[in-house]
Design a protein around this ligand. Sequence first.
Ligand SMILES: Cc1cc2nc3c(=O)[nH]c(=O)nc-3n(C[C@H](O)[C@H](O)[C@H](O)COP(=O)(O)OP(=O)(O)OC[C@H]3O[C@@H](n4cnc5c(N)ncnc54)[C@H](O)[C@@H]3O)c2cc1C
Length: 487
Amino acid sequence: MPTETHIQRAFEDLQAVFGNRVTISPMHRMAYSRDWSPRHRSAQDLPDLVVIPHTTDEVVQLVQVALRYSLPVVPFAGGTGMGGGVAAWRGGIMVETKGLNQILELDLQNLSVTVGAGITVWTLNEHLARHNLWFPHQPESKRACTIGACIGCDNDSTFGIRYGKILENLTNLVLVTGRGEAVRLGHRKASFTSTGYKLMELVVGSEGTLGIVTEATLRVFPLPQTRQVRGYLFRSLNEGAKALERLLAAGLAIDSAHMNDRERLHFYTHSYREKYHREPEVPDWAEAILFISWAGDPDVVEFSMDKTTRILTEEYGAEMVREQEMVDGWWDSKHRLEFIPFKQKWPDSQRVKKFGAADLGLPIGRLDEAYARFREIAAKWHQDILGMTVYNEAPNKATASISFAVFVDDSTEESIRNFYEYVREMSAMAVEMEGTMSSYIGDGDRLGGFNALEHGPSLEYMKQVKALFDPAGIMNPGKKFDTRWLR
Ligand SMILES: Cc1cc2nc3c(=O)[nH]c(=O)nc-3n(C[C@H](O)[C@H](O)[C@H](O)COP(=O)(O)OP(=O)(O)OC[C@H]3O[C@@H](n4cnc5c(N)ncnc54)[C@H](O)[C@@H]3O)c2cc1C
């Protein structure tokens, strides 16, 4: 941990550059003491200092100060991460990245935008909409989540089934490494390259452990004219996945597809009953609900919707959800972020119990098996099941990025430990089922203690990569290769 003398000296050096944009006040440090990952309700990880840079050059200067006094450097964006990625449990300098929020260039000819990495996905899209454009990489947390954090934790997007993950539309970035240097990585405005090593790709999902992303150049797209959303009920999750693969093969204008298990389905029917005081017509055999949206020109969307319904009902015995209000309510709460106070799980239920998840990437044909094992493992660790959602995150493929969500009681240390034991056992299951332990949250401070399970000897190569970018080991220490929860 940093010494008091080093912190004081670093504070003075930083004040010379940042003036009142650096603070050691406990109140400010407290505001950066946690993210949305489950932990005891009174737990705090206080950084020693908080700095708000506005330019890449300022980030370079702050990393140089950190190197001088061997202080950890932790980038903080929206603080909505679910893996403890911003927890400063080894103290150090917290870097508030939202000051890096400029639109640096909008190139309409090449459909490309260059931004400061601290801009939120929401604000970027507000700018783009004025030009009838959008950046379709959109996690549900888009109001808070920054472009730098999307790169940092390689998160999921509502529209992944058409546009993929962020790497698909990221063409270059600037990284301030742990050496205190700014390097530009990637392929300018071209969509791909066959030259050099793909260093930009290494930064995606690196969670601030190689450096701080300060700028990013992104491919943007014309806004679709219209979008429609419907829900379909299936007898099993595997059947829903097979049907989705069939729809993609048919070439329909699908831009999102999310499948939910029966727990989640019951949550939606319950909300519908509460709101409309009517019983929804959902058959007993329904084990899964697949929400699909189509986007594009109105006639293409209309055709795609009709064809989808025909394929799903005639070839797969699925049933379309009759209560369209239920489907629209789901879409509004998750994707338009229009919350009805005290009715939805986000964010009101957070006051009572915390949302927690194991986020696994699995082969697409093993959903029913995964669901059965999820129930067993959750029961073993006394987890209160919220449900399983399958997101699709690669263009034109049914892929399973799965949230196995539970409600976490954060009032006792024991229940927090049980949650992380649950995550560990689910992670081991993912590897056994030929998948991956995390598909959108990242390692954070959760998985490091046992990720040799997934990476084996390649973990040593990863540590060498880290040492190349960050020889002094100051960039977000305690993440990726460590876990603080299970000893
Ligand atoms: C209500 C809600 C809905 C959510 N929906 C989704 C969803 O749909 N899909 C999904 O995948 N996740 C979702 N999440 C999880 C989370 O929002 C995302 O993972 C998101 O990417 C975190 O963004 P953030 O800006 O809050 O990052 P933070 O939590 O502040 O940081 C996340 C990680 O990125 C690193 N980082 C931040 N900025 C930089 C930078 N400039 N350079 C390098 N590293 C950096 C941090 O150090 C940390 O390790 C949701 C969370 C909530 C609370």
